[in-house]
Structure formats: C-alpha cells, structure tokens
Design a protein around this ligand. Structure first.
Ligand SMILES: Nc1nc2c(ncn2[C@@H]2O[C@H](COP(=O)(O)OP(=O)(O)OP(=O)(O)O)[C@@H](O)[C@H]2O)c(=O)[nH]1
Ligand SMILES: [Mg+2]
Length: 234
C-alpha cells in the first residue's frame, strides 16, 4: 500500500525538523509531503535539509499563505496524481503524535477513513487552556447536532483516507479552510456512505511556534454546518 502523509506548514521550522524523523521511525515505508506556504521562518529550507538524508520526504512550496484547506487539497491532488492508496492528514506541531500512525494503518484494513479523536474516551487533551477546550467541545456539539454526522471529533485534523474517499469527493468544490475544512470533509465522506472509524488519541498542545486560530476560522466553521445542512454545498 502506497502511503502519503500530508503536512501543511506555516512557520513550523522547529517542529518539522523533529517531526519528520519521528514519522520515519513509526512508518518507515510512508512518504511525507510538506505543503509550505512560504513560511517567513524558513520552514521550507529546514525541510530541504531533511530531504538530503531522507528520500521519502517531499516538499510543495506555495508562493504565499493560501490557507490550510487549499494546502490539503493541493496535497490530496498530488496523492491521487501519484497513485497513493492511503493519505494521511497531520499537523506539524506535535499535537498529532506520530506514535499513532501504525494504529491508523491497522484500522484502515476495515475502514475507508480513520479519524483521531480527542473526545472518544472522555476528554484526551493535554495543556490546552480551559477556554480553548470549551470552545472545541462546544464546536463539536454544535456541528454534530446540526449536521447529524455521528462523530465525537468533527474538527479533528489527524486522519487517514483511503484514496477511494478522496476520489469520490469533488476536490475543486471544497468551500472551507480552517476547522470548517475538516467538518466539510467528514460530512461529505459520511454522506457518501464510507466506513468511518474514530480512534482514541491523546492530543497535546503544540510544542513550539504559534497558533493560527482566528475569529474568522471560528465563524467559518459555525457557518459551514448550516451550508452543509441546508444543501447549499454539494
Ligand atoms: N500551508 C499552510 N499550512 C498552514 C496554514 N495555516 C496553518 N497551517 C498549518 O496547519 C497545521 C494546523 O495549524 P495550527 O496553527 O496548529 O492550528 P491549530 O491546531 O488549530 O491551532 P494550534 O495548535 O493552537 O496552533 C499546522 O501544521 C500549521 O503550520 C496555511 O495557511 N498554509
Ligand atoms: Mg495545532
């Protein structure tokens, strides 16, 4: 099975340097594609340095900060063009512990989409301020109630798709970017009847660097659930 791990980055130089070797340790046969948006901290140069010693690492460099959703879509299109069978989404900041990668591969034997969930066994989030946790829990409750998607962590960005799922979703018709992007992808995969499994993960606040979470990201997520529910997005 050809496997690709897509990691979008914006100013993740310190994290990506240690994440790439950690991925190699847990999934030595997977390729990794970093999609970097011209990070001012020179994340791209840090990735190129790793590429000299690790041929499984690839870099897609975009000209400016174009957003998380379009970075993933670009990565997915690369994956389909290069015939990958399993495609992971993962953050660069160590919130998504690479030690779980083999668990996803195991789960994909019987599922089309495996999602790392922070909320499947109570709450498994470490080092988040209480306000952020409440916001995330509320966002999930809200999105689940309105869309009906039976997942505990609709905004999770740690997951593995079978290429079948990405082929079935029109990647040129994705309307959202931050957390909304995750909700939209989960909704579309669920609507199409794919087998979805949530796996328990412990989510740890980012190691280094700063958050790109904004009010705009939250409002977009609040709005997307209605657009999905009302059929304004196909
Ligand atoms: N290529 C690209 N990557 C991005 C962009 N925005 C965020 N990212 C990356 O997407 C991943 C998730 O973003 P984070 O900033 O960690 O967002 P978050 O997980 O909601 O918030 P924190 O963990 O609190 O920072 C990280 O690897 C970011 O570097 C973007 O516009 N373009
Ligand atoms: Mg993060």
């Amino acid at each position: 099975m050809k496997t690709l791990i897509v990691i979008p980055t914006y100013n993740e130089k310190d994290n990506i340097k240690s994440l790439l070797p950690a991925i190699k340790k847990y999934l030595p046969h997977a390729d990794t594609l970093v999609v970097d948006d011209a990070s001012p901290d020179k994340t791209g140069a840090a990735v190129r340095a790793v590429m000299r010693v690790n041929k499984r690492v690839k870099l897609m460099e975009r000209k400016s900060k174009l957003g998380l959703g379009t970075a993933y879509v670009a990565g997915f299109k690369y994956a389909l063009a290069h015939n990958y069978d399993m495609i992971f989404e993962m953050d660069a900041d160590f919130s998504h512990d690479p030690k779980y990668l083999p668990d996803f591969i195991e789960s994909m034997k019987t599922n089309d989409l495996a999602i790392g969930s922070r909320y499947i066994n109570g709450i498994s989030v470490v080092n988040w301020p209480i306000g952020r946790l409440i916001l995330s829990k509320f966002a999930n409750f809200y999105a689940r109630s309105i869309t009906g998607v039976p997942l505990t962590d609709l905004t999770s960005g740690f997951k593995c798709y079978n290429s079948r799922v990405l082929k079935a979703i029109d990647l040129d018709n994705i309307h959202s970017d931050g957390y909304a992007f995750q909700i939209e992808m989960h909704y579309k995969a669920w609507k199409k009847g794919f087998r979805i499994k949530e796996l328990p993960i412990i989510f740890i606040d980012r190691h280094a660097g700063s958050s790109k979470m904004t009010r705009r990201v939250m409002l977009e997520a609040a709005w997307i659930v209605w657009k999905l529910k009302l059929g304004l997005i196909k």
